[in-house]
Design a binder for this molecule. Structure first.
Ligand code: ADP
Ligand code: MG
Length: 290
C-alpha cells in the first residue's frame, strides 16, 4: 500500500544491513544492524508507522530529541535516526549483556557490594539526566541494559520512551510506567480526577524499588491486581522480611527507606543519596552474606 512511496536513496536500508532480532518493545522490534561503510554493528529500533498513533509518533520524536542531548557513558547512545515512509529507525549503540531483569533472575539477588556498585552508577547517571531537566519515568530492570555477560558488567540506561523534560514538567500528569516500579504520586493519578504533576522524584522511587529487588530478589509491593498494587504503593509500607533480609545490613535498609518515601517532597534526591553512608561506605562487605 506504500507502493508509490519509494524508500529514500540514502535511507536506512542503503546504509545498513539488518540482522537478527534482539529485543521487542511495545511498538517496535529491536534488531542488530551493520553499518555498511564501517562494518560497525549497532542496535536499531524499528517502528512500523501503520501501528502508531499520533501520540506514539510524538513520543518517538521526543525520545530521539532527548537522546540527542545526552552524552554519558551510562546512557544508551543514539547514533542515527531515519524517518522513512513505512518505518522509523533509531540506530543506537549495541549493548550485548542483556537486560538487568534477566541478570537478577539468573543471580536471584546481588551482594551488597555488587548492588552498591550498580546503584551508584544508576544514581550518578540519573543525576546527570535530572541536571538536564530530563526525567526518565520508566526506570525498571528491563530498561537497564548490561554492557557484557561478565559478572562485573556495567550498565546503560535505555528506553527514554516515556521521558519528559522541564518545559513539560507541569504537564507530567499522564500515568505511565510499569506498575511495580511506579511512584505513589503516579499511582494516585490513576484514582483521582485531579491530576497532580510529578517530577524527578519518580525516578528516585523507582531506584528504591530496584535496589530492594537487587538485594532480596523480589519486589517490595505486589498484589493480585493493579488496584490492590496501587493501594499498597500509596501506603508505601515497606517490610524487610525474614529470612531474606536477615543478613542485609541496616545501612542498606536505611538507604532503601530514604527512597521509598511516599511524599515526593520528602524523598531524597540523587545528590543526597550519593552521599549516603551505605553508598560511600567500603566496609559493608559481602562477607556477611551466604
Ligand atoms: P520499549 O520502549 O518499547 O520498551 P526498549 O527501548 O525498551 O523499547 O527496547 C526493547 C528491548 O530491546 C529492551 O528491553 C532490550 O532488551 C532491547 N534493546 C533495546 N535497545 C537495545 C540496545 N541498544 N542494545 C541491545 N538491546 C537493546
Ligand atoms: Mg522498554
Amino acid at each position: 500500500c506504500f507502493g508509490e512511496q519509494q524508500p529514500p536513496l540514502n535511507g536506512f536500508r542503503q546504509q545498513y544491513i539488518l540482522g537478527e532480532k534482539i529485543g521487542e518493545g511495545a511498538f517496535s522490534v529491536v534488531r542488530k544492524a551493520t553499518e555498511k561503510s564501517t562494518g560497525t554493528v549497532y542496535a536499531v529500533k524499528c517502528f512500523r508507522k501503520v501501528n502508531l498513533s499520533e501520540q506514539d509518533i510524538k513520543d518517538i520524536h521526543l525520545e530521539v530529541n532527548l537522546l540527542r542531548q545526552m552524552h554519558h557513558d551510562h546512557v544508551l547512545n543514539l547514533h542515527a535516526f531515519f524517518d522513512e515512509p513505512e518505518f522509523y529507525y533509531t540506530v543506537m549503540d549495541l549493548v550485548e549483556g542483556g537486560e538487568l531483569f534477566d541478570r537478577i533472575v539468573e543471580k536471584e539477588y546481588y551482594t551488597e557490594k555488587e548492588c552498591r556498585d550498580l546503584i551508584k552508577i544508576l544514581l550518578e547517571t540519573i543525576q546527570y539526566c535530572h541536571g538536564l531537566g530530563i526525567v526518565h519515568r520508566d526506570l525498571k530492570p528491563d530498561n537497564i541494559l548490561m554492557t557484557s555477560r561478565d559478572d562485573d558488567a556495567s550498565i546503560k540506561i535505555a528506553d527514554f520512551g516515556l521521558a519528559k523534560q522541564d518545559a513539560m514538567e507541569n504537564n507530567m500528569i499522564s500515568s505511565c510506567g510499569t506498575p511495580e516500579y511506579i511512584a505513589p504520586e503516579i499511582a494516585r493519578n490513576v484514582f483521582s480526577k485531579e491530576k497532580t504533576p510529578y517530577g524527578k522524584a519518580v525516578d528516585i522511587w523507582s531506584i528504591g524499588v530496584i535496589t530492594y529487588v537487587l538485594l532480596c530478589g523480589y519486589t517490595p509491593f505486589h498484589a493480585n491486581n493493579q488496584v490492590q498494587l496501587f493501594r499498597k504503593i500509596l501506603k508505601g509500607h515497606v517490610e524487610y522480611h525474614s529470612p531474606y533480609w536477615d543478613d542485609i545490613s541496616s545501612e542498606a535498609k536505611h538507604f532503601v527507606s530514604r527512597m521509598l518515601v511516599v511524599d515526593p517532597t520528602k524523598r531524597a534526591t540523587a545528590a543526597q543519596l550519593l552521599k549516603d553512608p551505605w553508598v560511600i561506605g567500603q566496609d559493608v562487605s559481602s562477607a556477611q552474606l551466604p
